[in-house]
Design a protein around this ligand. Sequence first.
Ligand code: GLN
Length: 201
Amino acid sequence: MLRPYNVFNHMKIGVLALQGAFAEHIVMLSKLGVETAEVRLPAQLDDLDGLIIPGGESTTMGKLMVDFDLLEPIREFGLNHAIWGTCAGAILLSKDAHREQPLLSLMNITVQRNAFGRQKDSFEAALDVSRLYQDGDTREAFHAFFIRAPIIDSVSGNAKALISLPDGRIVAAEDGHLLATSFHPELTGDTRFHEYFLSLV
Ligand code: GLN
């Protein structure tokens, strides 16, 4: 459930900074008064309360995670810490992306990469985010950017769909303290998904 800002200022959140849109996440977290760290080395996970894996290119980011010896340490971190993957980050959190590539396999979700087509097919959508709140009230829509975005094509185990498009396709899911979004909340200036993630920390 969304909480007041002042509960966030004792947290330290890392953003995986190997590739992609990590700087934008740091700006959003800073807006919320959260201490941040760019993560490129396993030891930089040690004092973190949570981690964001940004959008970018999941194959490239996965290979870099292997090269930087980060895949196993992040997997272990995710067993008892909150991790949020946006777009390519959601792909990396999934159990299966229907092709060979390094994955963290932490969340009980599978994804279909580039499910909406190529770069030119990127689009914006107003999402119903009432489920981020516990009171059941309808809230202002969240303006979301989908950039060569994946679809979450199945959820299993304890994972559950959080946000769907009007046609039912799942674009956000959570599995305990793990969160995946197909879209890019760090590009909007709307901090509600960042606040929601911090509530999982
Ligand atoms: N299409 C990219 C991939 O498959 C993800 C795009 C993004 O993160 N905006 O990894």
